[in-house]
Design a protein around this ligand. Structure first.
Ligand SMILES: Cc1ncc(COP(=O)(O)O)c(C=O)c1O
Length: 369
């Protein structure tokens, strides 16, 4: 969506007037492969368990929820401890309505110095920064989208950001940053009293260990996770961070009272009980990623190496916006992320992936005739 002309009578902040709202198209399509969701819906058993639990909660909806979401935060700590062999308590977890709200809270709490990120990366980091009024600085990446570590360390020393963002696996590229690199970035951030924010929205799809394993060593390291991707729970809106307990205490200053509804807390608690089912399709999605990449290669298309549930691809002669449209005309909705010569597709179920490849093949063959 392009930015609009605002009427003069509306006292909208000057710095918001030039912004465009987040707007990944929500249009009906046979294959919806544009927002990095998990294509596998909850089972009827899980849906019923959520309905039963939220029914119980609904009987008390005249009361405010647990402001501190203690049970949920304890459950999230146990979940992370099980995955990464750590021993976090609820006091090292903060939960909110999606990781976007987590990101917003971090800017609100720590944004009186600039924030630094390395684009192309998750487009909402700079957008949320701007909305909160935080000065966003872009460090950039190499042409192959990898992180130039030496340059990044220099930028931290020069810009002196309160918050440095690393997304790994990165969206929209799918590329990763190693734990050794994260350690060096956390050290550089500590030198200037800054935080290193590692956005691990897609961590479960990667074979690299999580940065949560470094939190005890680096108190300025914050890891953001979400239930929206591997956990297949995007509609419920639940994101969280894992960090030093002093940082979590600071989150209480900026959260709105009762920000996480009783219904959300209850649904997320049930989801944690069904984690085996919800995460059960991660390996299927990783296998599908590999087969979609080899299908793309057969069509002469190059995929950026991905450790995530999406693929950024290039090597087509069309304008990306035109190819995006032609795919949509064939019922396949993917994402034009605004990168020259590239488009991004989310791994879907088997039928959706085949539909994507078939539509792409048809368009590319049509072109070469
Ligand atoms: C890197 C990254 N972080 C955070 C989010 C936000 O996720 P949510 O607010 O659904 O938790 C996304 C969503 O696409 C993402 O790609």
């Amino acid at each position: 969506m392009s930015s609009k002309e605002w009427p003069n009578w509306l006292p909208l902040r000057q710095d918001l007037r030039e912004l465009s709202p987040y707007g990944a198209p929500q249009v009906p399509a046979a294959a919806t492969l544009n927002t990095n969701e998990n294509p596998y819906a909850p089972s009827a058993e899980l849906a019923k368990a959520i309905a039963d639990r939220t029914y119980q909660v609904a009987l008390n909806l005249n009361r405010y929820p647990d402001r501190d979401a203690q049970t949920l935060r304890k459950g999230l700590a146990n979940f992370i401890n099980g995955l990464s062999n750590t021993s976090f308590g609820a006091d090292q977890i903060w939960a909110a309505n999606g990781s976007n709200e987590i990101i917003q809270s971090l800017f609100m709490a720590f944004g009186d110095r600039p924030a630094l990120g390395f684009t192309p990366s998750y487009s909402m980091h700079p957008l949320i920064a701007k909305v909160i009024g935080v000065n966003w600085q872009d460090g950039g990446r190499r042409a192959d989208f990898s992180l130039d570590l030496v340059k990044a360390l220099n930028e931290i020393a020069t810009v002196k950001p309160a918050l440095t963002f690393i997304t790994t696996p990165n969206n929209p590229t799918g590329t990763t940053v190693t734990l050794d690199e994260i350690s060096l970035l956390a050290q550089a951030a500590a030198q200037i009293n800054g935080l290193l924010i590692v956005d691990e929205a897609y961590a479960e799809f990667s074979d690299l260990p999580s940065a949560v394993t470094l939190i005890n060593e680096y108190p300025n390291l914050v890891v953001i996770r979400t239930m929206s991707k591997a956990f297949a729970f995007a509609g419920a809106r639940l994101g969280y961070l894992i960090a030093n307990q002093e940082l979590v205490s600071a989150m209480f200053l900026v959260r709105l009272p009762y920000h996480l509804s009783s219904l959300t807390q209850a649904a997320a608690e049930v989801a944690l009980e069904f984690q085996g089912e919800l995460l059960g399709n991660v390996s299927t999605l990783i296998d599908s990623r590999k087969s979609v990449i080899s299908e793309l290669e057969k069509l002469g298309i190059q995929a950026v190496p991905s450790q995530s549930n999406f693929i950024l691809f290039t090597g087509f002669s069309h304008d990306p916006a035109q190819l995006w449209r032609q795919l949509l005309d064939r019922g396949v909705l993917i994402r034009d992320v605004g990168l020259l010569g590239h488009l991004r597709m989310t791994i879907g179920n088997e039928a959706e992936n085949q539909k994507f490849i078939a539509a792409l093949q048809e368009i590319l063959n049509g072109e070469s005739q």
